[in-house]
Design a protein around this ligand. Structure first.
Ligand code: PMP
Length: 574
């Protein structure tokens, strides 16, 4: 496209759209392969190397591999066909037009000798390639018509959709309907009690009397916002920030984890002048316009931010891999890529336990290099503690402490109010000062007097009931119990404190995700009145997250039920 000023004939610019066409990404790999395969070398090995390099930056899937060979062959054939046709049209330019034809002919010849699967074997050895991300990423949910439900429940579900629209999902193939919660238990109207090993919002147990008492007392007395002076929010802020390492000394309040992350990113952008973000490959950070665009977990129907770069979560099944080094290299690669395009990084934003990626905690310290890298590039490190915060990881109050790093901003949510909507950003004053001074930040409900009383009661309960210690001790007990389950389907038990991911795979030594078995376990447990869920890109990782008040007896009951369910499904070792 030639560009001229409006009303002028003078050409002032040119936009070269060149090869920019809309096509499946795998075509790029096929075209690249068609150029680089060489007759004197092993085609399968070369292909594996090129595809492996590509996969590090842009994930390829099982479905892509199925068509890769055909696409390479198609590329050679179209090259030959189009160039002969053009050479006939422009004979004076024949040599130039036909310059790639000898190698295209050779390529076709080479490929005619290779069989489809053998050709992919070295690639499969080199990297783990999974099935494509599903359209619907919500795990274990109710799908209308999939399971026969009681007509009354079906009617209730339809009514709910009529009045609440289609955004909401219900957990489990057969949804649950609770009327009461107490401690680790949830109750149905019939009085059936369910063991809740999943809910990390009511982290102190459902309807904790001390928290509910403090909240209702305050609601009866005064409910106002941060535009008025009030002692409890000041006391709460002091108690809360005292739980953080020294430079993190100020609290700004929001109502949901999404809002907290949104605010943290706004502060990071303001402070650094940067516009680039880095998150993990399957991260979930929330629902706002900005944060949903930084949450690849929401799947292909939700647009990602143009300045977002994603990095694989810190993990390898290969024990010789230094996970910290690998993660640092990925973050550095993302930084380099942003900078090459003239985009200054604003922040590396990670959930410090990588909940939605699949729960990754080992080895301690793996975040160090990545945090150094983002700081060196002038960006901030934001630790999303919505899931791992408030004693969940057992060894510390906050997940980032496990890795010996100090964030610039920390975001909090879920368990902060034990069910009351509370969240916040903990900041280093030098990072948030200018933003605070120039951008007015008022949030009607955040930090209100009732929230303050509620939050303070939560901190008191954690302290008075020694819940950090309980998280550590019961966590160790739970981990050992999970590890004692002998099943070829369990590839790994990962986690810390009271947060575990149990990775379910096809078979021993075959790390192919087994989503079907994982979901069958979750749905069968639900039938046995025991609640957990799944996580990870392939939904094949059991997410086990009991409340901080869990007892040995609760854990024994859970493990016995899990063992029974796995035995019933025929997935225990014989
Ligand atoms: N960050 C993480 C790591 C989360 O898991 C979630 C919620 N699942 C959020 C942020 C968003 O929190 P909220 O739903 O309160 O907006």
């Amino acid at each position: 496209i030639l560009v001229a000023d409006k009303g002028s004939d003078q050409i002032t610019g040119l936009i070269d759209f060149g090869d920019a066409v809309y096509a499946p990404v795998i075509n790029e790999l096929a075209v690249a392969c068609s150029y680089f395969l060489n007759k004197d070398r092993n085609v399968a090995e070369d292909l594996a190397t090129i595809a492996y390099g590509f996969h590090q930056y842009k994930e390829i899937y099982e479905e892509d591999l199925e068509v890769l060979k055909d696409l390479i062959v198609a590329r050679y054939m179209t090259t030959l066909l189009i160039t002969y046709w053009r050479a006939a049209l422009f004979p004076e330019n024949k040599d130039y037009i036909l310059r790639n034809n000898p190698s295209a002919r050779l390529g076709l010849k080479m490929f005619s000798k290779i069989d489809g699967e053998a050709f992919l074997q070295p690639l499969r050895k080199k990297c783990k390639i999974g099935p494509k991300m599903k359209q619907d990423t919500t795990p274990n949910r109710y799908i209308p018509g999939a399971v026969k439900l009681h007509p009354e429940m079906e009617a209730k579900i339809s009514h709910r959709e009529e009045v609440m629209g289609s955004s909401y999902r219900l957990s489990y193939a057969e949804p649950v309907h609770f009327v009461k919660g107490e401690g680790i238990w949830l109750y149905t109207a019939d009085g059936d009690q369910y063991l809740d090993f999943y809910n990390n919002v009511a982290s102190l147990g459902h309807c904790h009397p001390q928290v509910v008492g403090a909240m209702t007392k305050q609601a009866h007395t005064l409910s106002t916002n941060t535009r008025y002076l009030h002692d409890t929010i000041i006391e709460y802020s002091e108690r809360l920030t005292d739980l953080f390492p020294a430079p993190l000394s100020q609290a700004i309040y929001t109502c949901t984890g999404s809002e907290a992350n949104d605010l943290a990113c706004r502060i990071a952008k303001y402070h650094t002048g940067g516009e680039g973000y880095i998150v993990s490959e399957y991260a979930y950070h929330g629902t706002s316009h900005l944060i949903s665009s930084l949450s690849p977990n929401l799947g292909p129907t939700v647009s990602l931010h143009p300045n977002l770069r994603t990095v694989p979560a810190p993990h390898s099944f290969d024990p010789s891999v230094d996970v910290g080094e690998q993660f640092t290299a990925h973050v550095q690669g993302a930084i380099d890529d942003l900078q090459r395009r003239g985009i200054k990084p604003a922040a590396l934003l990670v959930d410090s336990i990588f909940s939605s990626d699949g729960v990754y905690t080992e080895p301690k310290g793996f975040l160090k290099g990545a945090v150094e890298a983002i700081h060196k590039a002038g960006g901030l490190f934001i630790a999303d503690e919505v899931q791992p915060g408030f004693a969940r990881t057992g060894d510390h109050m906050w997940g980032f402490q496990r890795h010996g790093v100090t964030p610039d901003l920390v975001t909090l949510g879920k368990p902060m109010g034990n069910g009351y909507p509370m969240s916040g950003v903990i900041a280093r004053p030098e990072v948030s000062r200018e933003f605070g001074a120039s951008a007015r930040y008022f949030n009607t409900f955040a930090g209100n007097t009732v929230a303050a009383a509620n939050g303070l009661a939560v901190l008191n309960v954690i302290r008075d009931q020694n819940l950090l210690e309980n998280s550590y001790k019961m966590g160790a007990y739970l981990k050992e119990a999970l590890e004692s389950i002998a099943s070829p389907k369990i590839a790994e038990v990962r986690g810390s404190g009271l947060f575990y991911g149990v990775e379910i795979v096809q078979a021993e030594d075959d790390h192919t995700p087994d989503e079907k078995t994982a979901k069958a376990i979750v749905n069968t447990l639900r039938k046995r009145k025991t609640l957990i869920s799944t996580t990870g890109k392939n939904d094949n990782i059991l997410k086990v997250r009991p409340p901080l008040i869990v007892t040995k007896e609760n854990i024994d009951q859970f493990i016995n039920t899990l063992r029974d369910v796995m035995s019933e499904l025929g997935v225990l070792s014989h």
